[in-house]
Design a protein around this ligand. Structure first.
Ligand SMILES: Nc1ncnc2c1ncn2[C@@H]1O[C@H](COP(=O)(O)OP(=O)(O)OP(=O)(O)O)[C@@H](O)[C@H]1O
Ligand SMILES: O=P(O)(O)OC[C@H]1O[C@H](OP(=O)(O)OP(=O)(O)O)[C@H](O)[C@@H]1O
Ligand SMILES: [Mg+2]
Length: 301
C-alpha cells in the first residue's frame, strides 16, 4: 500500500443489489466523480481522496469493524446481525453509526403459510424458521421467552415452507409482494431497518478525518434536499398567515410584491417536509394560484 493510498478514505458499498444504486447516487450527489470501470472492485474518486470498495453487503460490517474500510453503507439488519454474531464469538464488534440514510427501508418479519392459524407470539414457540438472520431472530425469541429452530438460508428464503424445509420464515419485507407470491402471511415484525453510514472504531489519520469532515455535511445536505421543495405561489395578501401556517416545515417565506396588484403577493419558501397534493388543494381554496413545487438539488446552512 502506498502512502497516498493510506491517506484516502476507503468506503465500502454494496456492489450490486438493493443498496448499490442509491449508495452510488448519494456519493455522486455529494460531488464525487466516481471512476467505475466495468468489474473494478476498488473505484477511485477522481476529485476527492476517497476510494469506494464494491463488495457484498454482508461483508461490509466486518470490513468496517476490522478497519479494512474506514466507512461503509449497510442495512441496519445486516449490521446488527453481524454485531450479534461477533459478540457471540468474542470478536470486535465496535462501530459508530454516523447517520441513518433515507433509503433501503424494510422490516424483518416472521411469516407463516397463509393456511396456518396464528394465535399470537407464544404459538411460535418451537417452530422451525428459515432465515438469513438467526441472531436477530434469537434475540426476539429471548425477549419473548420462546425458542426457535433455524434453517439458515442466504436467499430465496420464502420458498422454504413450501418445500418442507421449515414451518415458516423470518425475512425482509418491503412491499409484501414476495410473501404473497409464496403463499405466506406476515405475523410479527421483529426489526425495522434502513441503510446506515457507519464508521469503524479506530481513529482516522488527520488527512482522512479532514475528508470525512467535508463529506458529512455534504451527505446531510443531500438528504435534507431530497425531502425539501422550493415552493412559489401567488397568494392573497390578507391570507398570508393562513397560507404560511399550511406549509409543512417551512422557514420564513420571502414575500414579493406583484406588478400592478395591491391585493396579491408572490411567496417563495423552502418546505423541508413532504409536500402533498392535499396541501396544494387547500392553498388553492385559500385563493392561491400559480403554485409551483420544485425539487432542490443541494442544501447547506
Ligand atoms: N425488499 C427490500 N426493500 C428495501 N430494502 C431491502 C429489501 N430487501 C433488502 N433490503 C435492504 O437492502 C440490503 C441489501 O439487500 P440485497 O438483497 O440487495 O443484498 P443481500 O442479498 O441481502 O446481500 P449481499 O449483497 O451480501 O448479497 C438488505 O440488507 C436490506 O437492508
Ligand atoms: O416485500 P418485497 O417488496 O417483496 O421484498 C422482499 C424481498 O426482497 C428481498 O429479496 P431480494 O428481492 O433482494 O432478493 P434476494 O433474495 O436475491 O436478496 C427480501 O429478501 C425479500 O425476498
Ligand atoms: Mg435480498
Amino acid at each position: 500500500m502506498t502512502t497516498t493510498d493510506k491517506q484516502r478514505l476507503r468506503i465500502a458499498i454494496q456492489k450490486s443489489g438493493r443498496l448499490s444504486d442509491e449508495s452510488q447516487s448519494l456519493f455522486k450527489r455529494c460531488g464525487m466523480k466516481i471512476n467505475l470501470a466495468d468489474r473494478r472492485l476498488l473505484a477511485h474518486v477522481a476529485n476527492m481522496p476517497i476510494d469506494l470498495m464494491l463488495v457484498r453487503s454482508s461483508d461490509i460490517p466486518g470490513l468496517v469493524m476490522d478497519g479494512v474500510c474506514d466507512l461503509g453503507i449497510v442495512g441496519d439488519n445486516t449490521l446488527e446481525e453481524h454485531a450479534l454474531e461477533r459478540d457471540l464469538t468474542n470478536e470486535n464488534s465496535d462501530y459508530n453509526k454516523i447517520m441513518s440514510l433515507k433509503f433501503g427501508g424494510c422490516r424483518l418479519s416472521i411469516a407463516l403459510p397463509e393456511e396456518t392459524e396464528y394465535k399470537g407470539i407464544q404459538s411460535l414457540d418451537g417452530l422451525r424458521l428459515a432465515t438469513t438472520y438467526p441472531r436477530l431472530l434469537t434475540r426476539f425469541g429471548d425477549d419473548n421467552n420462546i425458542k426457535f429452530e433455524f434453517c439458515k438460508l442466504n436467499g430465496s428464503v420464502e420458498v422454504a415452507p413450501r418445500v418442507g424445509l421449515a414451518d415458516g420464515i423470518c425475512d425482509l419485507v418491503s412491499t409484501g409482494t414476495t410473501l404473497e407470491a409464496n403463499g405466506l402471511k406476515e405475523v410479527e415484525v421483529i426489526y425495522q431497518s434502513k441503510a446506515a453510514l457507519i464508521q469503524g472504531s479506530q481513529p482516522l489519520s488527520a488527512e482522512k478525518q479532514k475528508t470525512l469532515n467535508t463529506l458529512i455535511p455534504r451527505i446531510e445536505g443531500v438528504l435534507k434536499a431530497k425531502e425539501s421543495k422550493y415552493i412559489m405561489m401567488h397568494a392573497p395578501k390578507n391570507k398570508l398567515n393562513e397560507v404560511v401556517a399550511l406549509m409543512p416545515g417551512s422557514e420564513t417565506p420571502t414575500v414579493l410584491p406583484l406588478a400592478e396588484r395591491d391585493d396579491r403577493v408572490a411567496i417563495h419558501m423552502v418546505s423541508t417536509e413532504t409536500f402533498f397534493w392535499e396541501t396544494m388543494e387547500e392553498l388553492k381554496e385559500l385563493g392561491c394560484n400559480s403554485i409551483l413545487v420544485m425539487p432542490i438539488e443541494k442544501m447547506m446552512g
